[in-house]
Design a protein around this ligand. Structure first.
Ligand code: ADP
Ligand code: MG
Length: 384
């Protein structure tokens, strides 16, 4: 699916050529899981999978939305009637972006939008942020808003948190807006400062697989809220604004102070060690030693499984099978209880690994996983 096809479909739907076509990618998080709502570090990179949007302005206060990926026709919404949590459909994501922009005082008078995305939905690869960012970037350009990318990300996060009503950190939107090809994005979620870290897998003879387990365990929403609340409790008990403020070398002392708060101890230990794993990963990549991040990724998985307790049998099977068959490192990525795992491997081992993982799923009678390669790709941009 290319820019021309999306523009042609727009013209067929709305009766005129679009003013432009924009793209925004999904992402995987290399390391730094459940750190973003603790003011910590994350390290996503953009996927080649992306959402495309063909967009034109309107002047009559109407927003028209269409997605090639959803059954149904054109949705028509009035901008002055947009209200948080009023929409339970997919249209809440793009509509929320217009709501957030207008609420921040920007003059948006309407739009016609046609969307088409190759980011798998609900696989923990952030199809929602891709949708939001592609719309935000289009409006930023068309309405000459002059907003920097980090600010577009903030507004899209607000759209998702307040308008859609989904609690998420700032990572997904920032990754989609700010990533660069051949790099991972080292992001400090406290002040949004960011550094592009070279991560050119192909040049090193490496490949990174994403294994979408295609499971989404139903209780994940409530479990996310519970982890988040537990982290906040830990910060409060330790007298800091966020767990980010516990230095790694003071972790043992901090845990001792938490005494018999067993669950909080585990959550705090994950977050503090995970921030340190991000810093180690950055240092290793800067030193030109990408193979050595493998064990760091694997440690991250053990921490999410044993301390944060958000893995599931399918994710553990991917990781265990990959490691038993020569992968350099593997871990679950995303919110947990399903979604995707990543596997870092020598390029020459990837075909065998893929086959072995598929066979292991078949032997366990799990739904066949979807396996694809993640090449660190460009962030959001205008195509036409
Ligand atoms: P993730 O972001 O991990 O893929 P979310 O639950 O946050 O999962 O977002 C998925 C939702 O985003 C979908 O259920 C749908 O409402 C919306 N969405 C994503 N891609 C599209 C698309 N191409 N067309 C319409 N809606 C989409
Ligand atoms: Mg999402």
């Amino acid at each position: 699916m290319g820019a021309q096809q999306v523009a042609d479909r727009f013209a067929a739907l709305y009766g005129a050529e679009p003013e432009g076509v924009w793209a925004a990618p999904g992402r995987v998080n290399l390391i730094g899981e459940h750190t973003d709502y603790n003011d910590g570090f994350v390290m996503p990179f953009a996927l080649p999978h992306q959402a495309l949007a063909a967009v034109s302005r309107r002047t009559d206060g109407i927003l028209r939305l269409h997605s090639a990926d959803v059954e149904g026709g054109i949705a028509e919404l009035r901008l002055d009637a947009l209200a948080p949590e009023s929409d339970r459909e997919w249209t809440a994501y793009p509509a929320g972006v217009l709501w957030a922009l207008r609420e921040a005082g920007h003059q948006i008078t309407g739009a016609d939008v046609h969307l088409s995305s190759t980011v798998p939905t609900g696989a923990g690869l952030s199809s929602s942020a891709a949708l939001e960012i592609v719309v935000a970037l289009a409006l930023n350009d068309l309405y000459d808003l002059g907003l920097p990318r980090w600010k577009l990300a903030r507004l899209c996060q607000r759209a998702e948190n307040v308008y859609v009503g989904a609690p998420t950190g700032i990572m997904d939107q920032t990754a989609s807006a700010c990533c660069e090809q051949g790099h991972a994005l080292f992001l400090d979620t406290r002040d949004l400062s960011q550094q592009q870290i070279p991560f050119d897998l192909a040049a090193e003879g490496l490949r990174l697989l994403v294994v979408d387990t295609r499971v989404k365990h139903a209780h994940s929403g409530g479990e996310y809220g519970r982890r988040r609340a537990g982290c906040e409790k830990g910060a409060a008990l330790l007298g800091v604004d966020a767990l980010r403020d516990i230095p790694y070398d003071e972790l043992d002392a901090a845990l001792a102070r938490l005494g018999d708060e067993e669950e909080v101890v585990r959550l705090v230990r994950h977050v503090v060690t995970e921030d340190q794993r991000v810093e180690r990963t950055v240092a290793l990549l800067r030193a030109g030693d990408p193979r050595s991040i493998g064990p760091v990724l694997t440690e991250g998985h053990a921490s999410l499984r044993d301390d944060f307790r958000i893995s599931c049998p399918e994710l553990d099977l991917v990781v265990d099978t990959a490691l038993a068959h020569g992968a350099l490192g593997a871990r679950m990525t995303g919110g947990g209880f399903g979604g995707s795992a990543i596997v870092l491997a020598e390029a020459t081992d990837v075909d065998t690994l893929t086959k072995t993982i598929e066979e292991a799923f078949a032997a366990a009678s799990f739904t066949p996983p979807r396996v694809f390669e993640a090449v660190p790709s460009a962030g959001a941009r205008r195509l036409v």
